[in-house]
Ligand binder design. Sequence first.
Ligand code: SF4
Length: 423
Amino acid sequence: MAAAKTVAFHTLGCKLNFSETSAISRLLENDGFEKRSFDEQADVYVINTCSVTDNADKECRHLVRRIQRKSPESLVVITGCYAQLKPKEIAAIPGVDLVLGAAEKFNIVQHVKELSKGDSAKICSCDIEELTGFNASFSVNDRTRSFLKVQDGCNYNCSFCTIPMARGKSRSDTIANVVNTAAQLAARDVKEIILTGVNLGDFGKGASGTETRENFTALVKALDNVDAIARYRISSIEPNLLTNEIIEFVANSDRFMPHFHIPLQSGSNDILALMRRRYKRDLYAERIALIKTLMPHCAIGVDVIVGFPGETEDHFKETVDFLQELDISYLHVFTYSERANTRALDIRPVVPVNTRLERNKILRNLSYMKMQYFTQQHVGQTRKVLFEKCAGDTMMEGYTDNYIRVTAPRQPLFINYIVDWTI
Ligand code: SF4
């Protein structure tokens, strides 16, 4: 009998990419491939790329070089957002055998079977306008938590973003399918599901991107009835799509955790308009106020971009002042960087890179203080912690309902259980 083929993966970028790598891995494993770690020898290496990561092509080149050094005969497959956006550039990297765009990544088994080590890379990619269909994906981290992709693509046109060009229009799974997958994950002993998508609040467009019979609120309500899943989190939701109804539902649910991640991007209305975001700062502040009125203990994470073109010192100060006033828990700070084919490239004046980095540092410091303050407010309280994994030989870690990380002396019996814990 021939030995099983082996495959190894490397994922760049967001949780969505991680859940898709897991799905691709399961497809290959179901076909008889054995999974290896990326550092080991494998017959096939798959790199799932990201378009948001700076230096995506440099990182890709570096990884391919690493593979070539240790295993020159192995097949190298590149997929993901960057592969959709720049297939020719990737195909030109020495050592790459196959480039799979957005439409083809879930047909990987067929493509790999037809592949042999050759001189030039094969490109399988379609025009993103033609992309339809939805491929459900989930990742399972140490079985405790799962990132479940329920939506893909985006119909918005934020001026800095390449994701709609890499992932196509907004499409989603059906509520029935998601509920079914949640039940399957529960059967695998998963305790917490993080609902993931590109523009999650836009759930309901169906696989073709046109149907509107279902929506995100209905999804949340349906999942709340899946008894065997103890916890859900909403990974990130646009402020204009986070309705009062969703906030009120979460406030009254035992399963949806008091934790939101809501992109703000800028606290200046001028910059929000240049970014083509679909809300103003007042709406954002109203959402935060309602959340904190109904759930004073709720964790709120915020994405912010610094150094967007046109962002003056005054605009940045507006953002800092706005964030200081907001009752939020932590920030994810992104430094603006130019992306090909985006409208932001035409906006002037460009902010010098060192100013962008200084602004990033200021907001990272603010984030640290917000996090300290939020955690401090809960010291002495008893909250429910889902312990996920052991950290080293002596410790274990997990998260409270409101996303405070807890590290405690290792007690293996607590792993994958929800425990009352005094912070
Ligand atoms: S909402 Fe804006 S930033 Fe988010 S994926 Fe869509 S276009 Fe990009």
